[in-house]
Structure formats: structure tokens, C-alpha cells
Ligand binder design. Structure first.
Ligand SMILES: NC(=O)c1ccc[n+]([C@@H]2O[C@H](COP(=O)([O-])OP(=O)(O)OC[C@H]3O[C@@H](n4cnc5c(N)ncnc54)[C@H](O)[C@@H]3O)[C@@H](O)[C@H]2O)c1
Length: 354
């Protein structure tokens, strides 16, 4: 079992990662009254195990699967259920699911009685490599992603690759989106990705790279918990990715991160921030996972970026772009220049496809 510890002024978080971690670690964390949130898909698959482990010490609350659940009605439902279950400040809340469950349940745990103990048990590749670590919680509001939330660190994160065995191929693809993002931020991860580019989906490779990504994120969170500087780098690909996610909706978060990275790499190369050869190696990885759409209305779609909370100034957008292996840069662009370059990228993709 591999372990990590994140300690900051406000955070003391233990991460336990490895095959069998769920069965070996969870029972000892079920002290006192517990309250477990999961989603309908995960519950269907793991009901027997959950009933066995969680139902002895408390109740299991199931929310509908999918991003549509990240709203205030579902949040209120969780909070009311916590109250009816008689949760006290020394009770423990378990978020067992993907990033959606982790984000909304984390938010509920941070609000209930001004904060109760939280354990994150990520069950998707994306949540294992990224969202379960670092303490960001959120719901969406009026179509704006993650606009209402808190920083609230889980006391423990239990990462067990067992859960990946039931993941649909698409969800593996989404997780690979965030993993390739880490490859653009961390040279060692980049090298591993290049060496395994024909093997990206193998369970052994995913198990190994998951811990590397968590380690990278843990280091970033240790140094900049509240995203005043370094943590912003984790938003690589996310400005355009989130804008397209808001506009087109059809794909999911990790897929849009890859699409965002592709479009933003085009801008980085055009502006001489990133060498074409290095960009090309990242593009080859991206294309192993997803076909990049040549959006007809990319220029309009990317304007959704001004609604992103990362862009404090409505006249400019901020992009985190790869510069060289292990280094990225922040690029701030006037909105009209940004939209024009995104449109050029879409045109280039269309031409290349002909
Ligand atoms: N807090 C953060 O730092 C952070 C970082 C990145 C992303 N996010 C958020 O995470 C969310 C995306 O997370 P996600 O991709 O995990 O989505 P998700 O939680 O919607 O899970 C994706 C799908 O997989 C299903 N699923 C989950 N575990 C499964 C399993 N073991 N077997 C089979 N099916 C399973 C779910 O029911 C769902 O249908 C977004 O809302 C995004 O904003 C948060």
C-alpha cells in the first residue's frame, strides 16, 4: 500500500492508495455514526459491499448519477438526510463515487455543523488521479460550473484500483484526460506516458501512474492550498475545456480537458511559447485517447470562458499552456484575440480532416 500525507496550515490529509485499500482501510474509519453518499450507478454495482461495510455504522444516501446532480436541490437533500440521520460533529461522512459525488458530498460535509469528518473514496479514474485530493468542493449554479463551493480537506482519501474494473471505457478516457494534463505539468509523468503510449489503458499502467499523479497534486496542494499561484497550473486545458463543456455539454469533463489542451496548444505554439515538436508529442498522446472535434462554432463556444471563475477580468481570459516538458506558463489574452485563435485552430482541424 502506498501512502501520502498532506499537511498545511488548515489541512492534515492522509492518502492511502493500492489494491485492497477499500476492504483493509474503510472498516477502521467507520467509528461512531457514519453517513455515506454514493451515486445510483456505483450503488447498483457495489451495493453488497456497501451494505456490508457502511450500513453497520450508519446510512447510505444515493444521489442520481451524473453532473446534473451537482446542484443545490441535491445538496439540500444530502444536508436534510444528514440531519435526519442524527449526524453529530464527530460523525464521519464518506463520499464514495466519482468527482460528482466527491464534490457535492465534500461541500455538504463542509457545511453541516460547520464541518464534519470527511473520507473520500474515489471510484472513477478521474476522481482517483485528481478530484478526490486537494479539498475543492463544489456545485454548479445557473449553468456555471463549480461556482459555489468551499476548500475542505478530507481527513483520509482511500484510492482502490478495484473500482476501475467496472468503469465504462469512456470513463477511463476521461481519467486519461487528467493524466495527460499531469504529463504536461510533470516531466517524470510525461516520460512514463511517452514510454507507455501504446499501453495507456492497461490496468497495471493506470495503477502506477495514478499514484504519480496524486503525488504531483499533493505537492502542489502542500505549496498552494488556496490556488493563489502554483495550484492554478492544475487548470491546464481547463479554460477552453470548461467553456466547451458549458456550450456543447455532450462530452464529459476529462474529454473536454483534452480538447481544451489541444486547442490551447495550438495557441501556445503559434505564440512561440511551446516548441512544435514538444507540442506534437502531447498531441500524439491526446489523439490516442480522443478524436478532436473541429467545432464549427468554436469561436462562439469559447466565449463561455468569460463565465469561468478563473477569469476574474471579463475582458481577458487566462490560459495555462505547456511550455516545455515539466514547465507551463500562464497566458492572459484579450477575449477577442483568444476567440479568433480558437476559431483558427478549429479551421485548421477541419482542413487537416479533408
Ligand atoms: N474537486 C476537484 O478538484 C475536481 C477536479 C476535477 C474534476 N472535478 C469534478 O469532477 C466531476 C467529474 O468527475 P467524474 O468524471 O468522476 O464524473 P462522475 O462522478 O459523474 O462519474 C462518471 C460516471 O461514472 C460512474 N461511475 C463512478 N464510479 C464507477 C465505477 N467504479 N464503475 C462504474 N461506473 C462508475 C458514475 O456513476 C458516472 O456515471 C466534474 O463535476 C468535475 O467538475 C473536481
Amino acid at each position: 500500500m502506498k501512502t501520502l500525507h498532506i499537511k498545511t496550515a488548515t489541512c492534515d490529509s492522509h492518502i492511502i492508495c493500492g489494491e485492497g485499500a477499500f476492504q483493509s482501510e474503510i472498516p477502521s474509519l467507520c467509528e461512531g455514526l457514519t453517513f455515506t453518499v454514493t451515486d445510483s450507478n456505483v450503488y447498483k454495482l457495489y451495493r453488497n459491499i456497501f451494505d456490508d461495510i457502511f450500513s453497520k455504522s450508519g446510512s447510505v444516501y444515493v444521489i442520481p448519477a451524473g453532473e446534473k446532480s451537482k446542484n443545490y436541490n441535491v445538496l439540500l437533500g444530502i444536508l436534510k438526510a444528514m440531519l435526519s440521520a442524527g449526524l453529530k460533529r464527530n460523525s464521519t461522512v464518506f463520499a464514495v463515487g466519482g468527482g460528482v459525488v466527491g464534490d457535492i458530498c465534500g461541500l455538504a460535509a463542509s457545511l453541516y455543523m460547520r464541518g464534519v469528518k470527511l473520507v473520500q473514496v474515489p471510484t472513477t479514474l478521474l476522481s482517483q488521479v485528481d478530484s478526490s485530493v486537494g479539498g475543492k468542493t463544489a456545485i454548479d449554479l445557473c449553468g456555471v460550473k463549480n461556482i459555489v463551493g468551499t476548500f475542505y480537506q478530507p481527513g483520509t482519501v482511500v484510492v482502490d484500483p478495484m473500482f476501475l474494473s467496472t468503469l465504462p471505457a469512456r470513463e477511463i478516457r476521461c481519467g486519461l484526460g487528467e493524466i495527460i494534463k499531469y504529463g504536461a505539468l510533470n516531466k517524470d509523468i510525461y516520460v512514463k506516458l511517452i514510454e507507455n503510449k501504446n499501453n495507456l489503458r492497461s490496468p497495471e499502467f493506470l495503477k502506477d501512474i495514478t499514484f504519480d499523479c496524486i503525488q504531483h497534486k499533493a505537492e502542489v496542494v502542500r505549496r498552494d492550498e488556496r490556488e493563489s499561484g502554483l495550484r492554478k497550473t492544475l487548470n491546464l486545458g481547463h479554460t477552453t475545456g470548461h467553456a466547451f463543456e458549458l456550450y456543447y455539454k455532450r462530452k464529459s469533463h476529462g474529454e473536454f480537458v483534452l480538447i481544451g489542451m489541444y486547442y490551447e496548444l495550438f495557441i501556445a505554439v503559434k505564440r512561440g511559447i511551446c516548441a512544435a515538436e514538444y507540442a506534437d508529442s502531447l498531441i500524439q498522446l491526446i489523439k490516442k485517447v480522443i478524436n478532436i472535434p473541429a467545432y464549427e462554432d468554436a469561436e462562439k463556444a469559447c466565449l463561455m470562458a468569460v463565465y469561468d471563475k478563473k477569469n476574474v477580468c471579463a475582458a481577458e481570459v487566462s490560459l495555462i499552456v505547456p511550455a516545455e516538458a515539466g514547465r507551463c506558463e500562464e497566458l492572459r489574452l484579450p477575449v477577442d484575440e483568444y476567440a479568433a485563435e480558437i476559431a483558427q485552430c478549429a479551421l485548421k482541424i477541419r482542413e487537416d480532416k479533408q
